[in-house]
Design a protein around this ligand. Structure first.
Ligand code: CA
Ligand code: CA
Ligand code: CA
Length: 221
């Protein structure tokens, strides 16, 4: 009788141990799930934060570029390539004042996209910075007479946010494979439309791009 009782106690103890083991596994799984959720939320938060930062940088950089066109003479604005393609090079002359009854103009200036020094337009990351075909926006103050060159923006993406190099309009804005920096000029309203997409690489290697867009009304000339 005593032996039977001992056996029953052992059985109960065994069950309890088994239950404990199962409970431990369940708790471990739950902790694991919580840890994964927390990590994912942290990753999503950091990505959103980085996205907001790149967006701010794009907007500020494009405002700097747009200021260059505030006093441009509208008849001097020339885009290359010409419409309907998106212009990645904009030449223009600034109105510098009146003289002899005519508008005085600066030498021809130019703002354009240029690839980074060691980068080629081949869809590859030639300089190993994690971005493919990236570049900068450069200002030349006198295209014909020499003048100076100044880099206005760095970290410019090859293509606009949401766009892939595939002959299709991926971001649904009516343009196909539009570049990271481009301009369009509406002569009827003298409005210069500018678009700039900056790119940066997150810690996990993903590339975050954000576009800024701005229209400048050109009043001179
Ligand atoms: Ca690169
Ligand atoms: Ca598009
Ligand atoms: Ca595309």
């Amino acid at each position: 009788m005593r032996t039977l009782k001992r056996a029953a106690r052992r059985a109960r103890a065994g069950l309890t141990l088994l239950e404990l083991a199962i409970a431990a596994v369940i708790v471990a799984m739950m902790f694991g799930a919580v840890a994964i959720t927390v990590l994912r939320a942290d990753g999503a938060y950091r990505e959103a934060e980085l996205g907001a930062e790149v967006e701010r940088d794009s907007e500020r950089a494009l405002e700097r570029v747009a200021r260059e066109f505030m006093d441009a003479a509208r008849t001097s604005v020339t885009l290359t390539p010409a419409a309907p393609l998106q212009g990645t090079s904009i030449s223009y002359r600034r109105a510098t004042g009146w003289g002899g009854g005519a508008l005085q103009l600066s030498p021809t200036r130019r703002i354009r996209f240029e690839l980074d020094a060691a980068e080629l337009a081949d869809g590859l990351d030639n300089d190993g910075d994690g971005l493919a075909d990236e570049g900068r926006v450069v200002l030349a103050t006198d295209v014909i007479g020499g003048g100076t060159q100044a880099v206005l923006v760095t970290g410019v993406a090859a293509l606009t946010q949401g766009e892939l190099d595939n002959g299709a309009d991926d971001n649904g804005d009516g343009r196909i494979d539009e570049p990271g920096f481009f301009a369009e000029f509406d002569a009827a309203t003298s409005t210069l439309f500018l678009s700039l997409t900056l790119a940066t690489r997150a810690d996990d290697g993903r590339v975050v791009t954000r576009a800024a867009r701005l229209s400048v009304r050109i009043r001179n000339g």
